[in-house]
Design a protein around this ligand. Structure first.
Ligand code: CP
Length: 338
């Protein structure tokens, strides 16, 4: 089975930790690892706009010795004229991995089900798992550990970032709190998946409507735009609904004394976060942005290695089975001859 990365809980706690270790090594020795030497190509497809994801995958694939192929669906057949499954079958003949920023999770699942190369979710409406690997790497760098840390996400609980925090944070053994208006709660299935994972790792998940309750004593405070891509027509209603969920100095005062602030960017200063917080001394957003590069390089290298191991094991099993069949056939022939 080809390993893909479509949502945060596609990785176990040990696998997530191994990727973060690899990212740390790659950050320390940026050009020391070339698993895409050849160069092998990686298709990076965008249905939505991007700065960090586009640049970090382009640069990261180049760093790994590979050739990035950046595709906009606006000028390709995917996105109207051709299905994800047909696109997947074509791409697997030419590239070593497929990275896709899209809308629905279902398209990613269809792509993954129809290709032998790893598919990576570069943001969907439901999850942003590459961003979470970068966030976890950044939290680990600044806090020294992940397990046992308390992270508070404030704002749109149904957003891809909030839902990814529930899954990735629980996988890491963190205590994840989400504060959101009741009508913007995370999906019940995602909360249940986070709870299941947290029960295995010693973490916890909590969804509340009160931002102060979520931030109280937290080690990490996170927010994201109130108007995610694709929600622009709801802008004014969202700004009104989320007005009590702004991260400002007064809210940060409820966090731990040494708490850090994170935002995946782009930010709307004055809405989900004030300039005094995002540009203040507790903000670690630039490390967070840089870590997209290191985390995604590690992810690609890990997926390629994991899938090579699976392919080798399959080949070895097939060889053993063939040898066994050949031995049986020889014995049968010998018996028949005798
Ligand atoms: N955080 C993030 O995904 O940024 P971009 O939309 O610029 O890629």
């Amino acid at each position: 089975m080809t390993r893909h990365f479509l949502r945060d809980d596609d990785l176990s706690q040990a696998e997530q930790s191994a990727i973060l270790d690899l990212a740390e090594q790659m950050k320390a020795d940026r050009w020391g690892s070339k698993p895409l030497a050849g160069p092998q190509s990686v298709a990076v497809i965008f249905d939505k706009s991007s700065t960090r994801t586009r640049v970090s995958f382009h640069v990261g694939i180049s760093d790994l010795g590979g050739s990035p192929l950046i595709i906009s669906t606006a000028n390709s057949q995917l996105g109207g004229k051709e299905t994800p499954s047909d696109t997947a079958r074509v791409l697997e003949r030419m590239v070593s991995a497929i990275v896709w920023r899209t809308y629905g999770q279902a398209g990613l699942e269809e792509m993954a089900a129809n290709t032998s190369v790893p598919v990576v979710n570069a943001l969907s409406d439901d999850f942003h798992p590459c961003q979470l690997l970068a966030d976890l790497l950044t939290i680990r760098e600044h806090r020294g550990t992940l397990a046992g840390q308390t992270v508070a996400f404030i704002g749109d609980g149904a957003s891809n970032m909030a839902q990814s925090y529930l899954l990735a944070g629980a996988t890491a053994g963190m205590h994840v709190r989400v504060a959101a208006p009741a009508e913007f709660s995370p999906a019940a299935e995602v909360v249940a998946d986070g709870e299941r994972r947290a029960a295995e790792t010693g973490g916890s998940v909590l969804v509340v409507t009160d931002p102060v309750a979520a931030v109280a004593g937290a080690d990490v405070v996170v927010t994201d735009t109130w108007v995610s891509m694709g929600k622009e027509d709801e802008k004014q209603a969202r700004l009104d609904t989320f007005n009590g969920y702004r991260v400002d100095d007064a809210l940060m005062a409820h966090a731990a004394d040494d708490a850090v602030f994170m935002h995946c960017l782009p930010a709307d200063r004055g809405y989900e976060v004030t300039a005094e917080v995002i540009d203040g001394p507790r903000s670690i957003i630039w490390d967070e942005a840089e870590n997209r590069l290191h985390a995604q390089k590690a992810l690609l290298a890990w997926l390629l290695a994991a899938n090579a191991t699976t392919a080798n094991a399959t080949t070895a099993n097939a060889t053993t089975a063939n040898a066994s069949t050949a031995t049986t056939a020889t014995a049968t022939t010998a018996t028949a001859t005798a």
